[in-house]
Design a protein. Structure first.
Ligand SMILES: NC(=O)CCC(=O)C(=O)O
Length: 315
């Protein structure tokens, strides 16, 4: 994990300049809403087919759902967890890592590889971890879910990721050289606007969240969270869910959604498997920010700038 931490290391010390485009060239983004199963090998092969399909339709950034390689649930995390070993011969211990690297390479696209349960032998900790790969197949970043999903809504849903998982300790921004900065976080992380605001103020053009809301919070909050993060920050926001499986222990809401910088729903799926592909461009961000110029109107003489304080980008 030491190596992976070093790969993901990056400091963002200044906020964006008003002259640099956040998004250097238009790019097609795909959100791939996948059906899952208890069979990890099947899930990886299925993800591969859909990533290649998205790329063949022009996507250059492809996003997979949270826990796309396993069922979602605390009892499953230890069983499905992998140690992340980039060097061969490690395919057997890290099948998802290597499958994702190959998908990115064969698709020739950036791949935000949803998330997978990760086991770190040094600490014996488990994490909910997202790996992002370059079109070369090289690992660009790891994001370990920072805010663990612990909720208790009597009669509806009780879930405690913290019973088995440890939290990540950093914000994850990734520089895609041809396009610009994206931020990646996982599901429940979306509820914490500070993460999104810091990433946007540091220059991210898009916030991407592999996620799996449920049948209680999904209808009420999923789209609202995506639109709120986009509205506050005037950036693109993508939420990518598994397709709904009513036979699963945890029934995902689905409804993967892409929101534009004016908090407009660009595309939204229903509960079934599907792919959203849409073009993102800088002109749209600029137009929205020109119309409602939040970025020049903030009053840091009245309240603090959350992006200026003690922000961790490294483990
Ligand atoms: N996987 C998750 O983090 C679920 C988050 C969720 O459902 C929510 O309401 O927040």
């Amino acid at each position: 994990m030491q190596l992976l931490s070093r790969i993901s290391t990056r400091s963002f010390t200044s906020t964006m300049s008003s002259t640099t485009p956040l998004l250097k060239a238009p790019v097609k983004l795909a959100l791939v809403q996948l059906s899952g199963s208890p069979d990890k090998g099947r899930n990886l092969a299925h993800a591969r087919a859909k990533v290649l399909e998205a790329a063949s339709r022009g996507a250059r950034i492809v996003v997979l759902p949270e826990c796309f390689n396993s069922p979602y649930g605390t009892k499953y995390f230890p069983e499905y967890a992998e140690t992340l070993l980039p060097s061969p011969p490690s395919e057997a211990q890290s099948p998802s890592y290597h499958a994702l690297a190959a998908m990115a390479r064969d698709a020739g696209a950036y791949l935000v590889g949803g998330s997978i349960p990760e086991y770190e032998p040094a600490t014996k900790n488990l994490y909910n971890t997202s790996l992002t790969f370059a079109p070369s197949g090289a690992l660009l970043a790891t994001h370990r879910k920072v805010h663990l999903f612990d909720i208790d809504i009597p009669g509806k849903i009780t879930f405690r990721e913290s019973d088995v998982l440890s939290p990540g300790n950093k914000l994850t921004m990734i520089d895609l050289p041809e396009y610009g900065l994206i931020a990646v976080a996982i599901c429940y992380d979306v509820r914490f606007p500070e993460l999104a605001m810091i990433a946007a103020r540091k220059g991210a053009f898009c916030l991407l969240y592999p996620g799996a809301f449920n049948m209680t919070t999904g209808p009420l909050h999923w789209e609202l969270q995506a639109r709120a993060r986009a509205m506050d920050n005037q950036v693109y926001v993508g939420l990518c869910s598994p397709a709904r499986d009513t036979g699963a222990d945890y029934v995902a809401w689905g409804h993967s959604t892409l929101v534009g910088p004016n908090a407009d729903i660009m595309e939204k799926l229903d509960e079934k498997e599907g792919i959203i592909i849409a073009e993102l461009n800088h002109a749209r961000i600029e137009e929205v920010r020109k119309g409602v110029p939040l970025y020049t109107q903030r009053r840091f003489d009245v309240y603090p700038d959350v992006s200026a304080g003690n922000v961790k980008y490294d483990e």
